[in-house]
Design a protein around this ligand. Structure first.
Ligand SMILES: *[C@@H]1O[C@H](CO)[C@@H](O)[C@H](O)[C@H]1NC(C)=O
Ligand SMILES: *[C@@H]1O[C@H](CO)[C@@H](O)[C@H](O)[C@H]1NC(C)=O
Ligand SMILES: *[C@@H]1O[C@H](CO)[C@@H](O)[C@H](O)[C@H]1NC(C)=O
Ligand SMILES: *[C@@H]1O[C@H](CO)[C@@H](O)[C@H](O)[C@H]1NC(C)=O
Ligand SMILES: *[C@@H]1O[C@H](CO)[C@@H](O)[C@H](O)[C@H]1NC(C)=O
Ligand SMILES: *[C@@H]1O[C@H](CO)[C@@H](O)[C@H](O)[C@H]1NC(C)=O
Length: 536
């Protein structure tokens, strides 16, 4: 930096008088000082650097003797163990800072720096890290992590914070890491205790009461479920209270709630609880059916590539092998359930063969207006009505898909605008005509090796509904309430549906205070189970 400034200087000096040069020199000097300050300041704060950047940087150092990429990936290597600890420690730095425990944050940061130093030294010299080098650092870091855990940062908080931090980095670094996807899954799994408690009590209720089961059997054959004069909504979720808030907010804001029909699909674990909740509570006379995904025999390995992939040992190792399970709490449930429920949105015509139009809602939305006008919107021959997301950020196709792959780059425009799942109108007649499910299967097959995208339903959705998506007015669906602290109040007020996408779900402790009431007002806290579970 300095040398460059000096080179500039020579030709200038001949023409400009000394005092002008003096001012210029002073200016350059302060510029250098400023840059230096910014540089040092950034380094003081290691957690603000994207994690992935750091890994690639150390990869560049590798030389002949040792493949550092392999070393860092090897389960048994000390490098890997240190790297894992660093990841965990970084999460605790953020938590500690959020809780104003600056001393702990500082101690953690300094230990993290030492570990990173050792890792980069090892990469430079091309020899694996030895036990006696790793031990003092690892022990120091472990004891701090233990201290952090002890300071009542429970596991759900940890995971969610970790995920939200990684997501924030992702936004900046513009890369989707597999790791963050895994944390996302863990965060969803790690339900707060009160929700577990609710599930257990409701399941008990369901099993103990044959009457409930009888009522449910009678409702199963209701002609309302297939009546195309009514308004049909579907929600696929294993979270009872979230689903309840979706249904309740929709009916509470509907002009004619009795004309609404909800099709809920859940998994075997939550089935009884979901049934009991919707049978025991009144939702303004709307019709609700609850189904169990485990009972869909048509959704099997020979039909659904995603099912096949979810059962494939290699893919499972890839998605779940990396996950850590500290303390053994929040154990992964069968991952098949969660992901299949997520992918069910691609099978709506199979699920409801006689329906013509449905509105699909995610379980983390709250409805604030009558949604029935959605059913008469002109989709101009498109299958999917959705809100586009490229207005505010860089949510274009290249962000979600691997455009270095010719399969993608030959068929899609990298600048095409992304759109959101969460509140979609689907025309099921056109869906079947355009073989949309087959398109989805095709792309899912193409991605067998995970080279087109890594995880999730949005990337295959973008491919499947390419050229079949009608952009809706954005006030139909306002996104970001699970991560964006600065959404304009007027935008939220004008929204027909608000979406808590992100990690700070309204039912978690980490919910963003400003938005939480939007969800809470649709939850009856005086319900005895809810009351008992929350206060116990
Ligand atoms: C290092 O190992 C990785 C993973 O096994 C491999 O992809 C990469 O090509 C290797 N690099 C060298 C220079 O051998
Ligand atoms: C698998 O699904 C297909 C179509 O969805 C169906 O025809 C077949 O009977 C199913 N197989 C089993 C074993 O259920
Ligand atoms: C959909 O699939 C059917 C049968 O496989 C085929 O006859 C039809 O041409 C396909 N339609 C489109 C739009 O691809
Ligand atoms: C993207 O596609 C290219 C070409 O198939 C492949 O070599 C590369 O590994 C893919 N990238 C990722 C991150 O999977
Ligand atoms: C549904 O929402 C209303 C507020 O609109 C609330 O009073 C009621 O308790 C909620 N019902 C349930 C079952 O949560
Ligand atoms: C809330 O739940 C309690 C207990 O089930 C019930 O008595 C009350 O009517 C509910 N309140 C509303 C507004 O639905």
């Amino acid at each position: 930096m300095r040398r460059r400034a000096a080179e500039y200087r020579r030709p200038v000096r001949k023409r400009v008088s000394y005092w002008i040069w003096g001012i210029l020199g002073l200016f350059l000097f302060s510029l250098v000082a400023l840059l230096l300050f910014v540089f040092l300041h950034n380094h003081e704060n290691p957690i603000q650097q994207p994690h992935s950047e750091k890994i690639t940087r150390s990869e560049h150092f590798h030389n002949e003797g040792l493949n550092f990429t392999e070393e860092i990936l090897s389960v048994t290597s000390y490098a890997r163990q240190l790297a894992d600890q660093i990841t965990l420690a970084k999460a605790y730095v953020i938590i500690a800072k959020e809780q104003n425990n600056l001393q702990l944050a500082w101690e953690l940061s300094s230990k993290i720096r030492n570990c990173q130093l050792l890792l980069s030294e090892a990469a430079m010299r091309g020899k694996p890290i030895k036990l006696d080098e790793a031990r003092p650092l690892a022990e120091g870091l472990s004891s701090l992590i233990y201290k952090a855990q002890d300071a009542h940062y429970d596991i759900a908080t940890t995971i969610v914070t970790m995920k939200s931090h990684i997501q924030a980095l992702e936004e900046r670094a513009n890369v989707a890491t597999v790791q963050s996807a895994i944390f996302a899954q863990l965060a969803v799994e790690a339900l707060p205790k009160s929700l577990h408690c609710l599930n257990i009590r409701l399941t008990y209720d369901w099993l103990r009461n044959p009457d409930l089961q009888e009522v449910s059997n009678e409702k199963r054959n209701s002609p309302r479920l297939v009546d195309n004069n009514l308004y049909h909504f579907c929600v696929f979720s294993d979270n009872v209270i979230a689903t309840s808030a979706v249904v309740n907010s929709t009916v509470s804001n509907a002009d004619h709630p009795k004309q609404l029909v909800f099709h809920v699909v859940t998994n075997g674990i939550s089935y009884g609880a979901m049934q009991a909740w919707f049978l025991r509570n009144n939702f303004k006379g709307c019709t609700i059916e609850v189904q169990n995904i485990d009972e869909f025999s048509w959704l099997n390995i020979s039909y659904s590539p995603v099912m096949k992939q979810l059962l494939d040992p290699e893919a499972r190792a890839y998605y779940f092998g990396l996950s850590q399970d500290p303390k053994g709490e929040g154990k992964l449930r069968n991952p098949k359930h969660l992901s299949l429920l997520n992918h069910l949105r691609f099978y709506i015509p199979e699920l409801y063969p006689s329906l013509e139009k449905v509105v699909f809602l995610d379980d983390d939305v709250v409805v604030q207006k009558d949604l029935t006008p959605l059913f008469s919107l002109d989709l101009h021959g498109n299958v999917n009505g959705a809100v586009e997301t490229c207005l505010e950020a860089f949510h274009r196709y290249y962000k979600y898909l691997n455009f270095s792959n010719p399969v993608i780059s030959s068929k899609f425009d990298p600048q095409a605008c992304g759109w959101a799942f969460g509140m979609n109108v689907f025309d099921l007649i056109l869906w079947k005509k355009a073989n949309v499910t087959a398109r989805y299967h095709y792309w899912q097959e193409q991605n067998r090796e995970r080279t087109l995208w890594k995880l999730g339903t949005l990337p295959p959705g973008l491919l499947t509904f390419y050229g079949l998506t009608e952009p809706l007015d954005r006030r139909w669906h306002v996104l970001g309430l699970g991560y964006d602290l600065n959404i304009d109040n007027r935008l939220i007020e004008s929204a027909a549906v608000v979406h808590f996408n992100g990690n700070m779900k309204p039912w978690l402790k980490l919910a963003i205070g400003r938005y939480k009431h939007l969800w809470e007002r649709y939850v009856n806290h005086s319900h005895p189970y809810l009351h008992d579970c929350i206060t116990s």
